[in-house]
Design a protein around this ligand. Structure first.
Ligand code: GLC
Length: 749
């Protein structure tokens, strides 16, 4: 039996972090160049570097500002000819010739679109995240983009919040690993390679906890929760050498991130040693007026720059008001110098002074076959098999006809998901086009939309869909969300399928044919009723350009689902927030749950409940975090521990057998969870600490091992110290956050 040793995904990143760390700490040559240039700059030129505008088309107008040295960065210009024209003004006509930093939101692909980040997280495969980012960087840099505002690594535990789509989900460790992998992909082995683009850890910090799941809303996260839950993915990105950070829109505990000295200076600079640049979010400096912590633009400029912001996105208060704020003594020029150092350092690291221009003559790299293949693989690994009764999947060889039904079966725009500026729907391969291309000559493919789009309430098309389904051996329904229903400012109070989609599924289920429901969405939806009505459910967060071939190959068994839920799926939105790494409370939700209609009339006061639950729906999720089925089955052996007693300096080795007990080759995502049983503050009932994908042939068994340094069990405790406290720990290895035999070990002083 083969033994495979799994180093932590983070450990795998360590070599990169350490070499990047050295370069990252500001190598002497770059620092000399920065100082030499800074010493020549006027105050206006310094402040100009701190100013970012969004391209508004008028080249002459922008060129005038650039020539004056009033602009340091431009976002949303992706025409290489215009990029070079603007860059030429900066480099050849401005007094000091400082190149511009050209930026774009390249969130999950530039032209070749990958699954939305929430979908990539479902792959539990850092390589998928890294490859997607690398390809996005190759495509984006080919038009002159050298800075992307990604990865978005906000811990997201509220699916009402539309931006959960852009995140890596609810878990601190998963987001840390996936975010660091994306940084590596965007930035490559060296930031000054022409295909590398500066990554941006955003939105710093706590934005995913916006109250009520309403975008831009206030958050109330304690410092302990910041440090134990929300900071780690950003610290991991910093350790991975991320070049930039972006401040978040939210105010946390009364302080907007864009004016928050604690997070931007004390933590980011002083504790983590970050020496890249910090940019505000769009207009978020000025929005501190609406927040009510500054009275006007002038105060906003001072608050942002004194708190630790280096560059202002589009609100222009720095250029307009910092000179007079310096004269008034509200801002020291030394603070400006520090901000400009950070900006120049990133520009030197990107090699912009040596190679400011993009090669306009370079043959297009867009939609390269290898890019499309990587996007297909990502979409395959991101799909989650949530149900497969009677093994209706994979579709059997003997079927002669298939009915493809639903508003998401042939939705080339919506399949791409949120935050798409440059991907073209004309390149999208939908499930319908893929099925026709791949099986049109073998199968009768009957297609009916049923509904025109996901919000369509017009049920007139359902009868045609039903009659189409009646003519087929098997029915595959494609439902979900139009892409605009998730993403920034697109929040929902109701997570049920929109429009008449639920009626469509119910009508198809009545026919009695095998019904497979495929969901394409930007968040986990409350699909309990539809899942109940379906024989199988495949959840594919908006899967991107190659979602169609990926889903068709999965349906026909050419590839086998391996995705796992990166977020907890809910029975109803009323359960929000519901996540696996929760505290136990003094009255944990017991398994006892009596449905409301079974509660006796005039029941005595203390007869029902007395645990942290809901009388109507309970607290069991629809599907737990880390859950996903395969076409095969796997068996986990009891985890063996290298020791039952370890000190904070030790490394715990956990080994276990994993066997494929089914009929298909498949990949399992083995997950390791830990619980600190007794600590100086309450700790989560479980925390993911390792995961790995293991591919096994039918009957194959492997001995798998995880290395877990005990130092990774550290948390910020009652004494406000990050430390590992001695005591008892529980440990599980299994296929999801709810399964696995618990074993125990002690940490000793
Ligand atoms: C937006 C988003 C941010 C994005 C920026 C630039 O408002 O909050 O994620 O990167 O503006 O488009």
């Amino acid at each position: 039996m083969k033994t495979i040793k799994i180093l932590s995904a983070c450990l795998l990143l360590l070599p990169l972090a350490s070499c990047t760390q050295m370069q990252y700490k500001g190598d002497a040559v770059t620092e000399q160049k920065v100082e030499a240039l800074l010493s020549k700059m006027t105050l206006e030129e310094k402040i100009g570097q701190m100013n970012q505008i969004s391209s508004y088309g008028n080249i002459e107008d922008m060129s005038g500002l650039i020539k004056k040295g009033e602009i340091g960065s431009i976002l949303n210009e992706v025409d290489p000819v215009r990029v070079n024209a603007l860059q030429r003004v900066a480099v050849e006509e401005s007094r000091l010739g400082i190149p511009l930093l050209m930026a774009r939101d390249v969130i999950h692909g530039f032209k070749t679109i990958f699954p939305i980040p929430l979908g990539q997280a479902a792959s539990f495969d850092p390589q998928v995240a890294e490859d997607g980012a690398r390809i996005a960087a190759i495509e984006a840099s080919s038009v002159g983009v050298r800075w992307t505002f990604a990865p978005m690594i906000d811990i997201s535990r509220d699916p009402r919040w539309g931006r959960i789509a852009e995140s890596c989900g609810e878990d601190t460790y998963l987001s840390s690993v996936m975010g660091a992998a994306m940084v590596k992909g965007f930035q490559g082995d060296s930031l000054n390679s022409p295909t590398s683009i500066a990554a941006c850890a955003k939105h710093f910090v706590g934005y995913g906890a916006s109250e009520g799941g309403r975008d831009y809303n206030s958050t109330f996260i304690s410092e302990r929760s910041l440090r134990n839950v929300y900071f780690p993915p950003f610290e991991a990105a910093a350790k991975a050498g991320v070049a930039t950070f972006m401040t978040s829109f939210n105010d946390n505990d009364g302080v907007p991130s864009t004016g928050n000295n604690f997070i931007l200076r004390e933590v980011l600079r002083n504790e983590w040693g970050f020496d890249g640049l910090v940019v505000t979010d769009w207009n978020s400096a000025r929005e501190m007026i609406a927040h009510g912590i500054v009275a006007d633009d002038k105060e906003a400029a001072a608050q942002a720059v004194n708190a630790g912001v280096d560059m202002e996105m589009v609100s222009y208060t720095f250029v307009k008001y910092l000179p007079e704020q310096i004269k008034a003594g509200k801002v020291k020029e030394a603070v400006i110098d520090e901000a400009v150092r950070n900006i120049l350092r990133v520009k030197f690291r990107l090699g912009l002074f040596d190679n400011p221009y993009v090669d306009e003559k370079r043959p297009s790299v867009m939609y390269d076959e290898s890019h499309l293949a990587a996007a297909k693989r990502a979409a395959e690994e991101s799909a989650i098999l949530l149900k497969n009764d009677k093994e209706v999947l994979p579709l059997k060889e003997n079927i002669r006809s298939i009915a493809i039904i639903g508003p998401m079966a042939d939705a080339p725009h919506d399949q791409l998901g949120t935050w798409i500026f440059d991907g073209e729907k004309s390149h999208t391969k939908t499930p319908l086009t893929a099925a026709r291309e791949m099986y049109g000559n073998k199968l009768q493919i009957i297609y009916e939309q049923g509904l025109a789009y996901s919000r369509d309430k017009n049920t007139a098309g359902i009868s045609k869909a039903v009659s189409a389904a009646q003519r087929a051996d098997v029915v595959v329904a494609f439902v979900g969300e139009e892409s605009i229903l998730s993403g920034e400012a697109h929040c929902l109070a109701d997570l049920n399928l929109q429009g008449a989609q639920s009626e469509l599924i119910a009508a198809l289920a009545k026919i009695g044919k095998p019904l497979i429901t495929v969901v394409m969405a930007g968040r986990q939806l409350t699909i309990g009723k539809e899942a109940e009505a379906s024989d199988a459910v495949l959840y594919s967060f908006h899967p991107g350009t190659m979602g169609g071939p990926a889903i068709v190959d999965l349906l026909f068994g050419k590839s086998v689902p391996s995705g796992k839920t990166p977020v907890t799926f809910l029975k109803t939105v009323g359960q929000v927030p519901l996540y696996y790494a929760h505290n136990n409370s003094g009255r944990p939700a017991s398994s006892h749950f009596k449905p409301l209609d079974q509660v006796p009339l005039e029941a005595s006061q203390t007869s029902e409940g007395s645990s942290s639950s809901y009388m109507d729906v309970g607290v069991a999720p629809l599907y737990p975090f880390g859950y996903g089925l395969s076409y095969t089955t796997f068996k986990f052996g009891k985890p063996q521990l290298s020791s039952k007693e370890l000190s904070g300096k030790d490394v715990l080795t956990v080994t276990f057998d994993l066997e494929n007990t089914g009929k298909y080759e498949g990949t399992e995502v083995a997950q390791l969870y830990v619980q600190d049983k007794v600590a100086s503050v309450t700790r989560p009932v479980k925390e993911l600490k390792r995961f790995t994908r293991v591919t096994l042939k039918p009957g194959e068994k492997k001995n798998v091992s995880f290395e877990l340094p005990i130092s990774e069990l550290a948390f910020w405790n009652l004494d406000k110290v990050k430390t590992v406290e001695p005591g008892d720990f529980g440990l599980w290895v299994g296929p999801d956050s709810q399964t696995g035999e618990e074993v125990f070990f002690k940490v000793v002083d």
